[in-house]
Design a protein around this ligand. Structure first.
Ligand SMILES: NC(=O)c1ccc[n+]([C@@H]2O[C@H](COP(=O)([O-])OP(=O)(O)OC[C@H]3O[C@@H](n4cnc5c(N)ncnc54)[C@H](O)[C@@H]3O)[C@@H](O)[C@H]2O)c1
Length: 258
């Protein structure tokens, strides 16, 4: 499907790589101006360069989503375009350590919650008033298959992604009559840096073997790539999904059917 987001402004957090970069490129390709927000300056600037090299328009804003002021900074960059904020991909996330609950470091638990729950909450808190004031807008939070099922040794990450669904549903209800939709994507394993870090933690001796085994346990036999998740996100912020809100949409090759 070909999308048209021309004359729209989008903000993407966690846009320095993986899913966030893929969706930033997709939005820009479809004509949106993209505010690339991430704490990783090199990666974020690379995303902007890839967009502009392809003829699109974007700017980078160094953003730590745990900091309320950072959300105001990317909003200012979006508003500097002269319009409102049409699209918000509330996507930044961090996996934390791989360890059983009994051994899990408390400071890492706090950091996972700060990025994945506080960060998503602060994003909604900053962007939703702008969208409701203009009477239009679409938000996608990046949740996970782990928003619905557990994974051993990733308790804070899994708990945080369950929380993202709670935020998604609540936010959707609060703005449903104000022209704004809020949904979440819930990917199974996606072939990104984050997943490789998780696999290295789960199987330091042979992450590649774990990877093959896990991929073969997925009904369609493989991981998603970031582009496939980005395509779903584009659908969810397009007018084609105008009656969809408050949902977590699964993309996992059939894993949730098992
Ligand atoms: N890869 C998977 O298998 C998978 C599956 C389900 C959900 N997700 C979710 O997808 C989203 C994107 O992850 P990805 O797989 O593309 O991994 P990734 O590591 O490539 O991307 C995560 C991005 O978030 C950024 N980030 C981390 N902490 C931040 C902070 N405090 N402030 C701003 N930016 C921060 C990182 O710099 C990075 O660019 C995450 O929310 C992740 O939890 C990933």
């Amino acid at each position: 499907m070909t999308w048209d987001f021309s004359n729209q402004t989008a903000i993407v957090t966690g846009a320095a790589g993986g899913i966030g970069r893929a969706v930033s490129l997709g939005l820009a390709h479809a004509g949106a101006f993209v505010v690339v927000a991430d704490m990783d300056r090199d990666g974020g600037e690379t995303t902007v360069r890839q967009i502009t090299d392809a003829g699109g328009a974007a700017t980078f804003v160094e953003t730590d989503v745990t900091d309320p002021a950072a959300h105001e900074a990317y909003l200012s960059a979006a508003r500097a375009q002269g319009g409102g904020v049409d699209i918000f991909m509330n996507n930044a996330g961090w996996q934390g350590d791989v360890a059983p609950i009994a051994d899990y470091p408390l400071d890492v638990f706090d950091k996972v919650m700060a990025v994945n729950v506080r960060g998503v909450f602060l994003g909604l808190r900053a962007v939703l008033p702008v969208m409701t004031a203009q009477g239009r807008g679409a938000v996608v939070n990046t949740a996970s298959l782990g928003s619905y099922v557990g994974t051993r040794n990733l308790a804070p990450y899994i708990a945080s992604k369950h929380a993202v669904m709670g935020l998604t549903k609540t936010a959707a209800l609060e703005v449903a009559r104000k022209g704004v939709r809020v949904n979440a994507v819930c990917p199974g394993p996606v072939d990104t840096e984050m997943l490789r870090d998780i696999e290295a933690g789960q199987s330091p001796e042979d992450a590649e073997a774990l990877r093959k085994k896990r991929a073969s346990s997925i009904p369609d036999g493989r991981y998603a790539d970031a582009q496939e998740v980005a395509d779903l996100m584009l659908y969810l912020v397009s007018d084609k999904s105008r009656h969809i809100t408050g949902q977590g949409i699964h993309i996992n090759g059939g894993s949730y059917a098992i």
